[in-house]
Design a protein around this ligand. Sequence first.
Ligand SMILES: Nc1ncnc2c1ncn2[C@@H]1O[C@H](COP(=O)(O)OP(=O)(O)OP(=O)(O)O)[C@@H](O)[C@H]1O
Ligand SMILES: [Mg+2]
Length: 356
Amino acid sequence: MVAISQPIQAGTGQMRPFLPTGVDCGAGLIKVCINSNSSQMRLRQPSKVLELKSPLIEELTSKEGGHFFYHSGDRPDLIDREFLTGELAVWKAPATHIKLSDDPALKAEYALHAILGALATLPHRQEWGLFIVISTHSRDLFSAKLKELTNGTHVVSFGGKEKPSTRVKINFGSVTPEGAGSYTYAKRLNLIDSSAHVIGFDFGTSTTIPQVFAPNGKLIHHQPLEVGGCIDLLDAIASDPELIQHLRTGKSGSIELIRKAVESGYFVYGNRGFSIRPIYARLIKSWLADRLRLALKAIEEWRDSAQSFVAWGGGTEMPGIQKMLATQNITTVPDGSWANAIGMQTIAAALLARRN
Ligand SMILES: Nc1ncnc2c1ncn2[C@@H]1O[C@H](COP(=O)(O)OP(=O)(O)OP(=O)(O)O)[C@@H](O)[C@H]1O
Ligand SMILES: [Mg+2]
């Protein structure tokens, strides 16, 4: 997990204020953004969870995943149970961990696990107080459940049962529709004209979502395309004949190694010294063109009244995408994968200020 600011110091036992926090539970990556002492912590981890049925032989740590034991609190069903999240879940049980992408209901079910897993990667504190704004594709279905399963006090130990305990207090602020955080983020950066319609394109792991915002920002259209997101491109690279021929196993390549190769910007596949750059360069244009064509068709009726076309989501951080989008007059926000979480943290700060 990437903490880009100075970590918070160990707790003093005093009552601390609630920290405005944005939580974006994506199908591929969970992004948590916490504001403390006017610095911002950005924590991300793969959207995966594993319940430990026996203690670990040795403690596992990663920047992109955590380990917690639940002692007591407002989730009695979790008492005396322990979990790994993110990368740690993948390391321990590559085949059998729970993937939150498998069912939208799992995101609500495991949002608390993801938040606790994120806090596990930070230096120890006796107490955390988080004021949370979280997004979901379907507020009708999941808002009540999200609140019921996360709100309240949770006493846990990070890193194993015997470790010092931490009291995590979660004050559930609100649930925003998917994309509202990104809109807020783009608005703060002056990348959109909020007096007119705004068209957003979210390039995520499993979804590509055209979104339309009415003047002043209310979401009026949000419909994932039939085709998927980045995972389709990574899949296509994995099963490309050029890569399969190089691997000589007759099987497709590893999606994880391809994702790492693309994210690093060096395109080197694992430790083989093989560059997937030519395959990427061959496939990326049609991947984007197909999605843009379908997305523009989906927002057709608002196209002429919109003043701003913006793109966000982790897919916009893939090499070459920003440039290709610019040729279509679509502005890419900086740090696209963080846009929604950062925006929700801003919304949380505003809500909190109003309540205090
Ligand atoms: N720095 C980066 N460089 C290149 N690609 C990146 C980078 N960061 C993220 N990505 C790509 O973006 C994807 C993750 O995007 P994002 O976090 O928006 O998806 P998600 O929110 O988990 O999915 P969904 O929106 O479909 O639920 C990764 O799989 C990766 O392919
Ligand atoms: Mg997303």
